[in-house]
Design a protein around this ligand. Structure first.
Ligand SMILES: Nc1ncnc2c1ncn2[C@@H]1O[C@H](COP(=O)(O)OP(=O)(O)OP(=O)(O)O)[C@@H](O)[C@H]1O
Ligand SMILES: [Mg+2]
Ligand SMILES: [Zn+2]
Length: 509
């Protein structure tokens, strides 16, 4: 006798169809699971045995039972196969008789037969829907997240008993209503209105957020770098539905989803401690997990006190920052996580913090300064489009306490600039100006004659590299978008060039 049940497996973000095939033959009772199961799948046996005997269905394991998770060539990881295996056994034992060929099952089972939530549900449901399956049964706690997927009925199940009742008599379960997140105005605790003065730093941050450009802020202690960075979430453009689904999938795999509000509806802002490991930052592990840079996908990765990070850890960011995705290869397979982020970094110029400060004297030796700055390598610097000096706030600005522009007003301009970009890049897969590729750069960055002359002069005088040239063009594109200008004007080029002066002043490059 033989039965087969549809399920879905997951490796990284990559979901794939799995069939749980069960067969039984007479003889001394045995229970084997084959088809490249990992340890969690092997432990299924104990959970399933306990759950079935708890429900007085222990007789389903009364013969020589073999379960194959097909395709046998792919490694199966996780506890989501408990449910399809159990349903295959129930089908085999005629506890359930109806045709289940359009149905998909995923979920972990606890010893008493109730279902426990699993990570990565959304990716698996999207796969089941893409396969054209009609229904998916999964743990109740995952059902709201799963209901975001189009074209498939989602049934949240609390206990195996419910499932048996539904699959035999058609009662007891109803499909989950598609979850639509409430349009909620995120209340930000911190607002740019609280930052006095600092007009040029604010303008640079506005440009960075508008085009999703990486930004580095360098300045003495207390100049407000952390204060400025913490306010960036309050001005980010709205996340699109597609971006929201992508980011939710990654958060789901990491087990960071709130079952009641399962969709990531705002761009993430991940502040990472300088004690972070390479795995914590870019992902990894024997079962590859997403790192902070992927959890920040479509949002901001904030690295405060940049030189305090381990240099090796910082270097691991190079490839992901360049490609917008990270590949993690393991013996068990390779996983790819997207990481399209806006990097925000802050640092002091030296250990005492006063190097380059016209007022306070730096007490560090030349070597100490060089070593400190040297922790940030040229390739990492090269990937940061906007680099600015944050000077301590002027006394007059601070004392006047005059009203400053609110985050809402800044956010409005940023959204407009992002809408222009969305139109420009429709259908190309590019999300913002920071993603402009070299094949289209001259087409999407038309310069006025004056602007052209200015960048030519800068190129000769400052000895810019081809890479720096491209980056200046992209940033100036964003400056022009913020100004509502179709062509890039001289002042936009000037602004973009001013964002690249740090490496000459501090790094002598
Ligand atoms: N422009 C400003 N307007 C109002 N308050 C400010 C401003 N700049 C700094 N402050 C005050 O100074 C405090 C210190 O700023 P912050 O911690 O952001 O500095 P920092 O540049 O990150 O310093 P460090 O290099 O030591 O980390 C802020 O919490 C805030 O109270
Ligand atoms: Mg700080
Ligand atoms: Zn110093």
């Amino acid at each position: 006798m033989f039965s087969e049940i549809n399920s879905v497996g997951l490796f990284g973000l990559n979901a794939f169809a799995v069939t749980a095939e069960a067969s039984v033959s007479p003889g001394q009772p045995t229970f084997d699971i084959v088809g490249m199961p990992d340890i969690a799948v092997q432990e299924s046996k104990a959970r399933i045995r306990a759950a079935l005997s708890h429900m007085e269905l222990g007789s389903l394991l009364g013969g020589r039972v073999t379960v194959n998770l097909a395709p046998a060539s792919v490694k199966k990881i996780g506890s989501m196969f408990d449910l399809p295996i159990t349903v295959a056994l129930m089908k085999l034992g005629r506890v359930i008789e109806r045709d289940l060929s359009d149905d998909v099952f995923i979920g972990e089972i606890s010893l008493n037969g109730s279902l426990s939530p699993i990570n990565g549900a959304l990716s698996m449901v999207l796969n089941a829907a893409a396969q054209g399956k009609k229904r998916i049964f999964l743990p109740k706690e995952n059902s709201r997240e799963a209901s975001v997927a189009d074209g498939i009925e989602v049934y949240g199940v609390e206990h195996l008993k419910q499932l048996i009742e539904f699959l035999t008599r058609g009662t007891g379960l109803t499909p989950e209503k598609p979850y639509i997140p409430e349009e909620q105005q995120l209340r930000h605790a911190a607002d740019f209105a609280e930052v006095m003065g600092q007009q040029s730093a604010k303008a640079a941050i506005e440009t960075a957020a508008a085009g999703s450009h990486n930004i580095l802020m360098l300045g003495p202690p207390g100049s407000g770098k952390s204060m400025l960075a913490k306010r960036i979430p309050s001005i980010l453009p709205k996340i699109t539905f597609q971006e929201s689904i992508e980011t939710t999938q990654i958060h789901s795999i990491a087990g960071l989803i709130d079952p009641n509000e399962p969709l990531v509806t705002h761009r993430p802002f991940r502040a990472v401690s300088h004690t972070a490991s390479a795995v914590g930052l870019v992902g990894g592990g024997s079962i590859p997990r997403p790192g902070e840079i992927s959890l920040a996908h479509n949002g901001v990765l904030f690295l405060d006190e940049l030189p305090e990070f381990d240099r090796k850890v910082l270097e691991t960011l190079r490839q992901p920052l360049e490609n917008g995705e990270i590949n993690i290869s393991r013996a068990s397979g390779s996983a790819c996580y997207p990481c399209d982020v806006m990097l925000v970094a802050a640092m002091n110029p030296c250990p005492c913090g006063n190097f380059g400060n016209p007022v306070k004297k730096c007490t560090c030796s030349q070597t100490a300064v060089a070593n400190y700055l040297g922790k940030i390598s040229q390739p990492v610097l090269d990937r940061i489009d906007i680099q600015i000096e944050v000077k301590p706030v002027e006394y007059d600005d601070l004392s006047r306490r005059s009203p400053q522009e609110s985050s809402a007003a800044i956010a409005e301009r940023i959204q407009k600039a992002r809408d222009i970009q969305a139109k420009r890049f429709a259908g190309t897969g590019i999300k913002s100006n920071s993603g402009i590729t070299s094949d289209i750069i001259s087409e999407v960055c038309p310069l006025t004659d004056e602007a052209e002359q200015m960048i030519r002069r800068a190129f000769d005088k400052l000895g810019l590299s081809a890479r720096a040239y491209d980056r200046i063009l992209k940033v100036s594109r964003t400056c022009a978008d913020l100004a509502g200008s179709e062509r890039i004007e001289k002042e936009h080029i000037a602004q973009a060039i001013s964002y690249r002066s740090l490496d000459r002043k501090y790094w002598n490059r």
